[in-house]
Design a protein around this ligand. Sequence first.
Ligand code: SAH
Ligand code: SF4
Length: 384
Amino acid sequence: MTTLIDQRPPSLTRRPSLVGLTRDELASRLADDLGLEKKPARMRATQVWGWLYSHGATAFEDMTNIAKPMREKMARLYDISRPEIIERQVSSDGTRKYLLRMGPGIEVESVFIPGVGRAGALCVSSQVGCTLNCTFCHTGTQALVRNLTAEEIVAQVLVCKDDIEEWPSGKDERKLSNIVFMGMGEPLYALDSVASAIDIISDGEGIAISRRRITVSTSGVVNQMHALGERTEAMLAISLHATNDKLRDELVPINRKWPLKDLLQACRDYPGTSNARRITFEYVMLDGVNDSDEEARELVRLLKGIPAKINLIPFNPWPGSPYQCSSWERIEQFAEIVNDAGYASPIRTPRGRDIAAACGQLKSDSVKQRASDRRKAELAQSAP
Ligand code: SAH
Ligand code: SF4
């Protein structure tokens, strides 16, 4: 079993942030710290919330409808600045990849993909690295450093909105319309952070991306799937990739714990699923491994009775990856069988390949650090 070595907030040297608190948490934090009664604390929280998530404020001095002494007091108590952007790359197809530094040794990537979803989707990370070792995934080769906090997940959205100049929120012509938890990590192992982040991102008086436009992808953490649906009402995506247990045990090793039968039952039981709210099944096309006609037919049989969409993902290679992508003709033939059975099965065009931003290519250089080394790094950072 992998041990998480660092579950602490971004940095010990930083004042606490207000980003990442749910509305209720924000009100009680302000009540405690500023000595406010319940009602004024709620009013203050509504104002601050609007500045953070409707206007994208990064400094209290911008919160002009709050009296100056109060702004100064909050500025002394809290830090609402953005994480550092270590690298920002823009692909020839418009895809934008951000490498963000959340704290010493904590680096994550997120990717904005225009033209996906209603207008554009941001693919966010939920962990630094991943404990699971899916054999075709680059992130899987990186050891887990830790789960991200709700603050760190929400910060990925704020950074993207800064970059595409999408403030104030709620513009009619939005560029960022969808959020997908398909970056680094397994979101169902970070469910508390993911659920709080979704509460914040979907709040109608802020970023206001509706829960129906937020998709959480899992490799099949069956015992958390129901809780995900109940707590977040998010759309579900399953990284399926194989139609029999033998192959799935190899490609997606969590299958050894929860085999296909259990996974598909959890899909049937996923709250809120209907023909209007289908589950997406992701299927990565690996040359000669899982891409035969027989497997396409088996896929259709397996999903019978589940309101499903099938997403065929051309395999994105990474240095040292043990697979090849299926040929284009093979993918089309596979798609045809699935389409003929009545499933929409778009072939996902690889995006941002030139900047290694495509599915499964994300990997940061964060490595597990010994606690003593980390403390040293933090001390060095806080030195004047
Ligand atoms: N851990 C979660 C979410 C992140 S992975 C999960 O596994 O679902 C997001 C998607 O990218 C998953 O469907 C994953 O299987 C797919 N993926 C991973 N590596 C890939 C690669 N090299 N090429 C194409 N898709 C890949
Ligand atoms: Fe982790 Fe998902 Fe990659 Fe598997 S595919 S290693 S679960 S990030």
